[in-house]
Write a protein that binds this ligand. Structure first.
Ligand SMILES: Nc1ncnc2c1ncn2[C@@H]1O[C@H](COP(=O)(O)OP(=O)(O)OP(=O)(O)O)[C@@H](O)[C@H]1O
Length: 490
C-alpha cells in the first residue's frame, strides 16, 4: 500500500534491532500517523461504497461493519463489532469462503429471509495465512421482489387471458368448426346469420362434412332455451317413424307402452329438431311433417288433442333432393318449406388448405386423449393426406389420425402406420422414382407433377407463395396447375 509517510515498516524494524531509542520514538510517531491516515481513508471508503461491507478476523469475529451493512441488516456497528458473526446470521457465505479459501464474485445469496444480495467475498491473507475474510454485498431485495411481483402479475395475466379465451370460445358456438378455407368460412358465415332467426335450415354435404356439428352450432348460437334433439330419418323403420316423431297416447296400438310416449318433436319443444338424413324420410311422413311445419301443431298417434309446438327445424342430407323430386321420391312442397336457407358444407377434397390445420388440431386432440406428446407431423404424411380423396371426409381424417396417434412411437407422426389405401410417399421430392410409376409417359408426367406439387404444398403448409417459389413457377401457374391436377381449393 502506498503512503505519504517517509518511514517504512522495514526501517522501523531495523531501528528496533539496533536499539536506537530516539529513532524508535520518531518512527513510532510516523507509524501512528500512517495508521491514522489509512484508517481515515478506509472509513471514507467504507462509507462511500454502495455495498454492505463486513470483514471478519481468523476467529470469525467482526472487525469491520460499515453503514450500509447496518442499514441492510438492521444491526448497529457497536452491537456486532468484536462478536462472532455466526451469532447474527444462520446462512453465512463469508465464513464458508474463508474456510474453503475461495473467492466468489457476484454470487446470488440470501443471508436471511427476505434479504437478497449479490455477494463478492474472499479470504484475507497475510504471509500466505488466512487471517479473516471480507465481503461486499449489494442489496438486490427490491429487484428480486419486483421480479417476483412481475412473475406473479404475468401469471395472473395468463390466467385471465385463458379465462377470456374460454369465455370467448364458449360465446362463439362456431369455434368447434375447424378450418379457415374460403369454403368453410362461407358456410360458417351463412350459418351464423341464420342462427339468429327461427327459419328452417337445410344443411347439405357429404357424409362426415360436419352437418350435425353445424346443426349444434346453429342451435347453440340461437336464442332458444329448449333442447337440441336429433333424429336420423334413415335409421328408424318407416312403421315406427310416426310414433317416434309424434309420440302416442296410452294404448294407441298393440305393443305400445301403456303410459304412452312423448315424441321427439314434443321433446324438442322450445329448442331445435335436427332431421338428419332427410332424404331417407318415408314419403307418407313427409306430408305429415309438412303439416306440422305449416300448422305448428300435431296430434300424438291415437290422440285427438292438438299439441302446439315452437321448434326450430334443421334438416340435413347428403342426397340430391332435386333429383329425388324429379324421380317422385321427395315432396317438392316440403323441400321448399325446409330449404329456406341452405348451407353447403364442402367436402374435404374441396378444401385442401384446411388439411394442415385439421391434422394439427386432430393430433393435439387425440394426443391429449391418449396421453401422447406429438409435436411434429412428417411432411410426407401431410402430402399423402393432401392427395387422398377422403370419401369419409373429416370423420375419416380424424379416425386415421386417432389410429396414427395411438400407434406413434416418437414425437413425430409418421407414415409408418398409415392404412394401405393411402399412397405412401417418401420425402424429399427428389426421391420420387418415375420408372416405378404405372401408365404412359403422359400419365406418368401428370402423376409425377401432381405428387411433386402436393408434396411441396404440404411442406409449406399450403402457403402458395412459398410453394410456388420452391417450385420455381409463378403463383398464377401454381394455381392453374393445382386446379388442373385436382389439387385446387375453393
Ligand atoms: N369443420 C369441422 N371441424 C371440426 N370437426 C369437424 C368438422 N366437420 C366435421 N367434424 C367432425 O367430424 C365428425 C363427423 O361430423 P358430423 O357427424 O357432424 O358429420 P355429418 O356431415 O353429420 O356426417 P353424416 O352425414 O355421416 O351424419 C364429427 O366428429 C365432427 O365433430
Amino acid at each position: 500500500m502506498n503512503s505519504h509517510c517517509s518511514l517504512s515498516i522495514e526501517e522501523f524494524r531495523s531501528y528496533l534491532e539496533t536499539d536506537q531509542s530516539e529513532k524508535i520514538i520518531e518512527s513510532f510517531q510516523h507509524l501512528l500517523t500512517l495508521y491514522e491516515l489509512q484508517q481515515a481513508r478506509l472509513e471514507a471508503l467504507l462509507d462511500t461504497v454502495n455495498e454492505a461491507i463486513c470483514i471478519i478476523d481468523e476467529s470469525d469475529k467482526v472487525v469491520v461493519w460499515n453503514h450500509h451493512a447496518e442499514l441492510l441488516y438492521g444491526i448497529a456497528t457497536d452491537e456486532i463489532i468484536g462478536r462472532p458473526i455466526e451469532g447474527f446470521f444462520s446462512n453465512l457465505m463469508l465464513t464458508k469462503v474463508m474456510k474453503e479459501r475461495r473467492t466468489v464474485h457476484e454470487e446470488y445469496h440470501t443471508p436471511c429471509p427476505d434479504t437478497h444480495v449479490l455477494i463478492n467475498a474472499r479470504p484475507v491473507k497475510l504471509s500466505g495465512q488466512v487471517i479473516g475474510g471480507v465481503c461486499a454485498e449489494r442489496d438486490i431485495t427490491e429487484v428480486v421482489q419486483l421480479n417476483q411481483k412481475l412473475s406473479q402479475t404475468h401469471q395472473e395475466v395468463q390466467t385471465l387471458k385463458q379465462e377470456i379465451d374460454k369465455i370467448h370460445s364458449q360465446s362463439d358456438s362456431f369455434s368447434t368448426v375447424y378450418g379457415h378455407s374460403s369454403a368453410i368460412r362461407e358456410a360458417v358465415s351463412i350459418a351464423r346469420r341464420v342462427a339468429a332467426t327461427a327459419v328452417p335450415v337445410l344443411l347439405r354435404g357429404e357424409s362426415g362434412t360436419g352437418k350435425e356439428l353445424f346443426a349444434r352450432a346453429i342451435h347453440d348460437a340461437s336464442q332458444v332455451t329448449g333442447p337440441f334433439i336429433a333424429i336420423n330419418c334413415g335409421a328408424i323403420s318407416p312403421s315406427l317413424f310416426e310414433s317416434e316423431l309424434f309420440g302416442y297416447q296410452p294404448g294407441a296400438f298393440t305393443g305400445a307402452d301403456r303410459k304412452g310416449k312423448v315424441g321427439l318433436l314434443e321433446q324438442a319443444n322450445g329448442g331445435t329438431l335436427l332431421l338428419d338424413e332427410l332424404g331417407d324420410m318415408p314419403k307418407d311422413m313427409q306430408v305429415k311433417l309438412l303439416r306440422v311445419l305449416q300448422d305448428k301443431s300435431f296430434y300424438r298417434v291415437g290422440g285427438n288433442k292438438a299439441i302446439h309446438i315452437d321448434v326450430r327445424i334443421i334438416a340435413a342430407t347428403h342426397r340430391n333432393l332435386e333429383e329425388m323430386i324429379k324421380n317422385g321420391e321427395f315432396r317438392e312442397d316440403l323441400y321448399y318449406r325446409l330449404n329456406v336457407v341452405a348451407v353447403s358444407l364442402p367436402s374435404l377434397r374441396d378444401r385442401l388448405d384446411d388439411i394442415p390445420e385439421l391434422v394439427h388440431k386432430g393430433v393435439l386432440h387425440y394426443g391429449t386423449i391418449h396421453n401422447k406428446k406429438i409435436s411434429k407431423v412428417n411432411p410426407a404424411l401431410m402430402a399423402s393426406f393432401i392427395q387422398y380423396p377422403w370419401p369419409g371426409n373429416i370423420r375419416e381424417l380424424f379416425n386415421v389420425l386417432e389410429r396414427l396417434v395411438i400407434l406413434a412411437d416418437s414425437d413425430q407422426l409418421g407414415i409408418d402406420n398409415l392404412p394401405v389405401t393411402f399412397c405412401q410417399l417418401d420425402f424429399p421430392v427428389e426421391s420420387i422414382d418415375p420408372c416405378a410409376m404405372e401408365g404412359s409417359l403422359l400419365e406418368k408426367t401428370i402423376s409425377l407433377e401432381k405428387e411433386v406439387i402436393a408434396k411441396v404444398l404440404a411442406e409449406y403448409h399450403f402457403n402458395k407463395a412459398a410453394a410456388a417459389k420452391k417450385l420455381g413457377i409463378p403463383r398464377s401457374t401454381l394455381y392453374y396447375k393445382m386446379q388442373k391436377l385436382g389439387l385446387e381449393c375453393q
